[in-house]
Design a protein around this ligand. Sequence first.
Ligand code: FES
Length: 163
Amino acid sequence: MEKEKTKNVENTVSISRRYFLEIVGGGAIGVVSVGSVVLTAQYLSPNVLHEPPLKFSAGLVQDFPPDSVTLIPDQKSYVVRAKEGYFYAMSGICSHLGCITGWKSEEGLIACPCHGSKFDTQGNVVEGPATRPLDRYSISLEDKGRLIVDKGNLVGQDHILKV
Ligand code: FES
Protein backbone atom coordinates (compact mmCIF):
# COMPACT_ATOMS: atom_id res chain seq x y z
CA MET A 1 0.00 0.00 0.00
CA GLU A 2 2.80 2.40 0.96
CA LYS A 3 4.74 1.57 -2.20
CA GLU A 4 1.68 2.21 -4.34
CA LYS A 5 1.21 5.72 -2.87
CA THR A 6 4.84 6.63 -3.61
CA LYS A 7 4.48 5.36 -7.16
CA ASN A 8 1.37 7.49 -7.69
CA VAL A 9 3.11 10.62 -6.38
CA GLU A 10 6.08 9.98 -8.67
CA ASN A 11 3.78 9.51 -11.66
CA THR A 12 1.95 12.73 -10.92
CA VAL A 13 5.19 14.73 -10.69
CA SER A 14 6.59 13.13 -13.84
CA ILE A 15 3.44 13.84 -15.92
CA SER A 16 3.26 17.40 -14.64
CA ARG A 17 6.89 18.10 -15.62
CA ARG A 18 6.40 16.58 -19.07
CA TYR A 19 3.27 18.62 -19.57
CA PHE A 20 5.12 21.79 -18.52
CA LEU A 21 7.98 21.08 -20.92
CA GLU A 22 5.52 20.36 -23.74
CA ILE A 23 3.79 23.69 -23.15
CA VAL A 24 7.09 25.66 -23.02
CA GLY A 25 8.52 23.80 -26.02
CA GLY A 26 5.34 24.18 -28.04
CA GLY A 27 5.13 27.88 -27.18
CA ALA A 28 8.73 28.48 -28.25
CA ILE A 29 8.17 26.65 -31.53
CA GLY A 30 4.97 28.67 -32.07
CA VAL A 31 6.74 32.01 -31.47
CA VAL A 32 9.60 31.09 -33.81
CA SER A 33 7.13 29.89 -36.48
CA VAL A 34 4.99 33.04 -36.34
CA GLY A 35 8.12 35.24 -36.38
CA SER A 36 9.56 33.50 -39.41
CA VAL A 37 6.21 33.71 -41.26
CA VAL A 38 6.00 37.47 -40.54
CA LEU A 39 9.60 38.07 -41.62
CA THR A 40 9.11 36.01 -44.80
CA ALA A 41 5.94 37.96 -45.64
CA GLN A 42 7.77 41.29 -45.11
CA TYR A 43 10.66 40.10 -47.27
CA LEU A 44 8.38 38.98 -50.09
CA SER A 45 6.09 42.03 -50.10
CA PRO A 46 7.24 44.82 -52.45
CA ASN A 47 8.96 47.73 -50.73
CA VAL A 48 6.94 50.45 -52.46
CA LEU A 49 6.45 54.09 -51.51
CA HIS A 50 2.91 55.21 -52.25
CA GLU A 51 3.17 58.78 -53.50
CA PRO A 52 0.33 61.00 -54.66
CA PRO A 53 -0.25 61.13 -58.43
CA LEU A 54 1.97 63.55 -60.34
CA LYS A 55 -0.94 64.92 -62.38
CA PHE A 56 -3.30 67.21 -60.52
CA SER A 57 -6.12 69.63 -61.09
CA ALA A 58 -4.97 73.16 -60.20
CA GLY A 59 -8.43 74.76 -60.45
CA LEU A 60 -10.57 76.59 -62.95
CA VAL A 61 -9.22 79.18 -65.39
CA GLN A 62 -11.26 81.93 -63.72
CA ASP A 63 -9.65 81.15 -60.35
CA PHE A 64 -6.41 82.73 -61.59
CA PRO A 65 -6.50 86.47 -62.38
CA PRO A 66 -4.15 87.78 -65.07
CA ASP A 67 -0.69 88.77 -63.77
CA SER A 68 -0.81 86.37 -60.81
CA VAL A 69 1.51 83.81 -59.25
CA THR A 70 -0.26 81.15 -57.19
CA LEU A 71 1.52 78.60 -55.02
CA ILE A 72 -0.37 75.34 -54.65
CA PRO A 73 1.19 74.23 -51.35
CA ASP A 74 0.18 70.56 -51.26
CA GLN A 75 1.58 70.12 -54.77
CA LYS A 76 4.66 72.34 -54.19
CA SER A 77 3.92 73.98 -57.53
CA TYR A 78 3.14 77.39 -58.97
CA VAL A 79 0.52 78.24 -61.52
CA VAL A 80 1.37 81.53 -63.17
CA ARG A 81 -1.03 83.53 -65.29
CA ALA A 82 0.71 86.20 -67.32
CA LYS A 83 -0.68 89.70 -67.96
CA GLU A 84 -1.53 88.51 -71.47
CA GLY A 85 -3.72 85.73 -70.03
CA TYR A 86 -1.68 82.62 -70.85
CA PHE A 87 -0.64 80.07 -68.21
CA TYR A 88 2.44 78.12 -67.25
CA ALA A 89 3.28 75.89 -64.29
CA MET A 90 6.52 75.66 -62.32
CA SER A 91 7.97 73.71 -59.47
CA GLY A 92 7.88 75.32 -56.05
CA ILE A 93 10.97 73.37 -55.04
CA CYS A 94 14.17 75.37 -55.02
CA SER A 95 16.68 74.18 -57.59
CA HIS A 96 19.54 74.65 -55.11
CA LEU A 97 18.90 72.08 -52.39
CA GLY A 98 15.16 71.45 -52.55
CA CYS A 99 13.56 73.78 -50.01
CA ILE A 100 10.02 74.98 -50.66
CA THR A 101 10.01 78.50 -52.07
CA GLY A 102 7.46 81.21 -51.46
CA TRP A 103 5.94 83.98 -53.56
CA LYS A 104 6.87 87.49 -52.35
CA SER A 105 4.31 89.71 -54.03
CA GLU A 106 5.86 92.92 -52.63
CA GLU A 107 9.17 92.08 -54.36
CA GLY A 108 7.56 90.37 -57.35
CA LEU A 109 9.91 87.42 -56.78
CA ILE A 110 9.88 83.80 -55.71
CA ALA A 111 12.24 83.44 -52.74
CA CYS A 112 13.78 80.48 -50.99
CA PRO A 113 13.90 80.71 -47.18
CA CYS A 114 16.88 78.35 -46.83
CA HIS A 115 19.84 80.07 -48.47
CA GLY A 116 18.27 83.12 -50.05
CA SER A 117 17.94 82.21 -53.73
CA LYS A 118 15.48 84.32 -55.67
CA PHE A 119 13.67 83.60 -58.92
CA ASP A 120 11.63 85.80 -61.22
CA THR A 121 8.10 84.94 -62.28
CA GLN A 122 9.53 82.93 -65.19
CA GLY A 123 11.49 80.79 -62.71
CA ASN A 124 14.87 82.25 -63.74
CA VAL A 125 17.54 82.72 -61.07
CA VAL A 126 17.80 86.34 -59.98
CA GLU A 127 20.01 85.68 -56.97
CA GLY A 128 22.02 82.57 -55.97
CA PRO A 129 23.24 80.26 -54.66
CA ALA A 130 20.82 78.44 -57.00
CA THR A 131 22.19 78.25 -60.53
CA ARG A 132 19.32 76.48 -62.30
CA PRO A 133 15.85 77.88 -63.00
CA LEU A 134 12.76 76.32 -61.42
CA ASP A 135 11.49 73.28 -63.30
CA ARG A 136 8.59 73.87 -65.66
CA TYR A 137 5.67 71.44 -65.69
CA SER A 138 3.28 70.68 -68.49
CA ILE A 139 -0.07 72.43 -68.12
CA SER A 140 -3.21 71.72 -70.12
CA LEU A 141 -6.89 72.54 -70.14
CA GLU A 142 -9.59 69.96 -69.49
CA ASP A 143 -13.02 70.14 -71.17
CA LYS A 144 -14.69 71.88 -68.25
CA GLY A 145 -12.16 74.71 -68.00
CA ARG A 146 -10.03 72.94 -65.43
CA LEU A 147 -6.26 73.40 -65.49
CA ILE A 148 -4.30 70.16 -65.30
CA VAL A 149 -0.65 70.24 -64.25
CA ASP A 150 1.58 67.23 -64.83
CA LYS A 151 4.63 67.24 -62.57
CA GLY A 152 5.83 64.08 -64.26
CA ASN A 153 6.20 65.93 -67.55
CA LEU A 154 8.99 68.52 -67.48
CA VAL A 155 8.82 71.01 -70.31
CA GLY A 156 10.88 73.90 -71.61
CA GLN A 157 10.41 77.53 -70.64
CA ASP A 158 8.56 78.16 -73.89
CA HIS A 159 5.69 75.85 -72.83
CA ILE A 160 2.63 78.03 -72.26
CA LEU A 161 -1.08 77.41 -72.32
CA LYS A 162 -3.16 79.96 -74.20
CA VAL A 163 -6.82 80.07 -73.17
S1 FES B 1 17.69 75.41 -51.00
FE1 FES B 1 16.99 77.23 -51.84
S2 FES B 1 18.67 78.51 -51.76
FE2 FES B 1 19.40 76.67 -50.94
